[in-house]
Design a protein around this ligand. Structure first.
Ligand SMILES: Nc1nc2c(c(=O)[nH]1)N[C@H]1C(S)=C(S)[C@@H](COP(=O)(O)OP(=O)(O)OC[C@H]3O[C@@H](n4cnc5c(=O)[nH]c(N)nc54)[C@H](O)[C@@H]3O)O[C@H]1N2
Ligand SMILES: Nc1nc2c(c(=O)[nH]1)N[C@H]1C(S)=C(S)[C@@H](COP(=O)(O)OP(=O)(O)OC[C@H]3O[C@@H](n4cnc5c(=O)[nH]c(N)nc54)[C@H](O)[C@@H]3O)O[C@H]1N2
Ligand code: SF4
Ligand SMILES: [Mo]
Length: 666
């Protein structure tokens, strides 16, 4: 038993997109408790069972702490040196024999919540130079990012509802009361919805299921899954009929209106199952409200018309005059900025997948073709795979086929904190750290906060005898770039090169706060301490709110460290001109790919096939965490829910119990 005194430490929860600030009580290396931090300016004490369970995640004896290598079919413990040496040998063997594309990479969801991993991954992927990059994004938010790329020229320009000033919120395919919000960082969304409604705001939910969010809404309309584009098209047409026109600088309005014209209230009603007069009323209410925002999440992206639906959500926001307008759908300005390279065209379909010819989306391939890219022989076949904080065997389509494909690989590396359905197939597993052994900054989700904010939490403990995930990814990047395992000293030099390269990119970016600056001077000002913090400090200081390295008053990483309860940077502000990255500065309402998809939509006959949709549960997080005692309590959650009318129609009889043990998420 440790005799150390207890300490109260602050930390941002890395599990989900709410990014709640926590108070963590520690004694020596032991974590005693986690609870919400009431003093945090952004999350004000909110916490959920998963945040409280971080104590158990940290202590979990199942959590991997040393590398594992497959020997004679069994995973055995190995040293870091052995693990890196094997990766260097085998990964580079595949590259030497078959080229860079022969190595595939899969990036999982926690990468977005782990700054060391996400930045280190970027360095690794850059050094590897493979086109075969996959992520959980194509079974999640990538359609939304593509819609934003097409419309605004930036896949990270994702508008969020300005709920603090909004009067009418139309929410499609999201259940934030349970999910705690997604592509919308809004801890305690329940409290926000309550306050929004208390001041007269109206929440309308569109969902095939009576969700927990639908229950606290003013109205809920059931929709047939996959038909939101019909609803949005009909709303768009009604608004046009009422005289609404874009008030922001936009092009393609006439072309989009013409393409949407075939969608009548009646045809939308037939497809969606929502009555024509209900749709008309929705459009009227939206149009008449002082301010309104339309927001859609997984239900609108994880479906057949994900990109089109996401696009139409923003098109309706444009027509309502809501885009970039207080009380509408606004673009947060986060405290960290990435350097912007000159943009040439839209990041879509610049190349295609080898077997089925799927278009690339923002530098990624859809996971739907991962299995076939491994199975199909020929030039460019994937022969080795690196998975980073992901569990694709469970989270991607065709689990069994994918597992078989992974088994056929010449070499597979997984970076994860657990032995699971995916990592069990790897030749080498490199363990990530405990959530308390790395620092936290939301570099990805920071672009989607309900208010502008700046927040950072340092690691509570140094990882014992092992690299943190930034350093681990840097070692892999060195292996990919130099075809050799780095010594500690070489890795330090390599990090210096990475940092200098990043400074160079900011200096060359005319929109950055250090544009035209002196690289050496900036590198020296960032300071010699190691770690991903150097890139963070750089991106904060060169960014929107930064001190621009002494050019003005502003934030640095140190300011964030000094104010651990988060810095409130105020309500969201209009700044569309900074957001649009199309060369002509216009919101593009009629990209060809969207018009083509509208044709596909309009040609589709209504269907009443049986459809399965997902749902989340407050105690779960995707495919992991279920082993923690605090989160495994309660009734069996693997239950299929059906509309009371469905079983009769499909010939099922009452009393049949549906148990889906291998399906996760609710
Ligand atoms: N059936 C079905 N499929 C779905 C969904 C659904 O609702 N239903 N949802 C989709 C969505 S929205 C998503 S985002 C994807 C998720 O898809 P994935 O990202 O592939 O799956 P996760 O279950 O999130 O897996 C996360 C993995 O990261 C590991 N991990 C956790 N923290 C860390 C860390 O700090 N470091 C490292 N190295 N590893 C860590 C966990 O052990 C786990 O293995 O699934 C999609 N697939
Ligand atoms: N507790 C918990 N929280 C989580 C997660 C978790 O596993 N557990 N996962 C995290 C992740 S990775 C993500 S991406 C977010 C997702 O956050 P949300 O998008 O809020 O997630 P869901 O709760 O799945 O809500 C999606 C809703 O879409 C509905 N839906 C399905 N199909 C359609 C359709 O065609 N049209 C419409 N209009 N609705 C449809 C479903 O019924 C469901 O209510 O949650 C995050 N937070
Ligand atoms: S809602 Fe729960 S899991 Fe999500 S960040 Fe907050 S405490 Fe963590
Ligand atoms: Mo997700």
């Amino acid at each position: 038993m440790s005799r150390d005194a207890t300490a109260r430490r602050l930390r941002i929860c890395p599990i989900c997109e709410a990014a709640c600030a926590l108070v963590v009580e520690t004694r020596g290396r032991e974590v005693i408790s986690c609870r919400g931090n009431p003093d945090d300016t952004f999350s004000a004490g909110h916490v959920c069972p998963k945040g409280i369970a971080l104590t158990q995640l940290d202590a979990d004896s199942d959590r991997l702490r040393v590398p594992l290598i497959r020997r004679n079919g069994e995973h055995v413990e190995a040293s870091w040196d052995e693990a890196f040496a094997l990766i260097n040998e085998r990964l580079n063997e595949v590259r030497d024999a078959h080229g860079n594309d022969a190595v595939g990479i899969y990036i999982g969801n926690p990468t977005a919540h782990n700054v060391g991993l996400s930045m280190g991954f970027g360095t690794f992927a850059g050094a590897l130079g493979s086109r075969n990059v996959f992520s959980a994004g194509s079974v999640d938010q990538l359609p939304k990012q593509l819609a934003c790329e097409l419309m605004f020229g930036d896949d990270m320009a994702v508008p969020v509802p300005d709920i603090e000033r909004c009067h009418y919120l139309l929410m499609l395919g999201a259940n934030p009361i349970v999910s705690n919000g997604s592509l919308w960082v809004i801890p305690d969304v329940r409290g926000h919805i309550r306050r929004f409604r208390d001041r007269g705001g109206k929440l309308v939910v569109i969902d095939p299921r009576r969700t927990e969010t639908a229950k606290v809404a003013d109205a809920h309309l059931f929709i047939r899954p996959g038909t939101d584009a019909w609803l949005l098209a009909a709303i768009f047409n009604q608004l046009v009929r009422s005289g609404n026109r874009p008030v922001v600088r936009a092009k393609g309005f006439d072309a989009l209106s013409a393409a949407l014209a075939p969608v009548s209230l009646e045809s939308a009603a037939t497809h969606t199952g929502i009555a024509a007069d209900e749709i008309q009323r929705l459009a009227e209410e939206l149009g008449e409200s002082v301010s309104a925002a339309v927001y859609g999440r997984v239900g609108t992206t994880l479906q057949r018309y994900g990109t089109l639906t996401s696009f139409l959500i923003e098109a309706v926001n444009v027509l309502l005059g809501s885009l970039d307008s207080p009380g509408g759908a606004m673009f947060p300005e986060q405290s960290f900025s990435m350097p912007r390279a000159p943009k040439s065209g839209v990041a879509y379909d610049r190349y295609r997948s080898r077997v089925s010819g799927y278009p690339e989306v923002t530098g990624q391939m859809p996971v739907a073709c991962l299995a076939e890219e491994i199975e199909t022989p020929g030039e460019g076949q994937i022969r080795a795979l690196v998975t980073v904080a992901g569990n694709p065997v469970i989270s991607n389509p065709e689990s069994r086929r994918l597992a078989k494909a992974f088994e056929s690989l010449e070499f597979m590396v997984s970076i994860d904190i657990y032995h699971n359905d995916t990592t069990r197939l790897a030749d080498v597993i490199l363990p990530g750290t405990s959530p308390f052994e790395d620092s936290h900054y939301d570099s990805f989700l920071g672009a989607m906060t309900y208010r502008n904010t700046a927040r950072y939490s340092p690691a509570l403990f140094a990882p014992e005898d092992r690299p943190d995930e930034w350093r681990m990814m840097l070692s892999l990047a060195h292996i990919a770039a130099q075809r050799r395992v780095a010594t500690e000293h070489e890795l330090d030099d390599f990090e210096d090169t990475v940092v200098a390269g990043a400074v160079q990119a900011y200096v060359q970016d005319p929109s950055s706060g250090v544009s035209g600056g002196d690289v050496q001077e900036i590198v020296a000002a960032i300071g010699p301490e190691r770690g991903v913090e150097r890139l963070l400090d750089l991106g904060i200081r060169a960014g929107r709110w930064g001190d621009h390295f002494g050019r003005r008053e502003g934030l640095s990483l140190q300011t964030l460290i000094d104010q651990p309860n988060s810095i409130d940077l105020g309500a969201l502000r209009p700044h569309l001109d900074d957001v649009i990255r199309h060369a002509d500065g216009c919101v593009d309402l009629a990209p060809e790919v969207i018009l083509a998809d509208l044709e596909r939509l309009c040609a589709e006959a209504p269907t009443d096939e049986l459809l399965l949709v997902g749902r989340r549960n407050i105690q779960t997080n995707n495919s992991w965490l279920q082993n923690l005692p605090l989160l495994s309590k309660g009734p069996d959650r693997c239950v299929l829910e059906m509309n009371a009318a469905t079983p009769m129609r499909w010939g099922f009889t009452k009393g049949i119990g549906f148990r889906l043990r291998r399906l996760w998420i609710g």
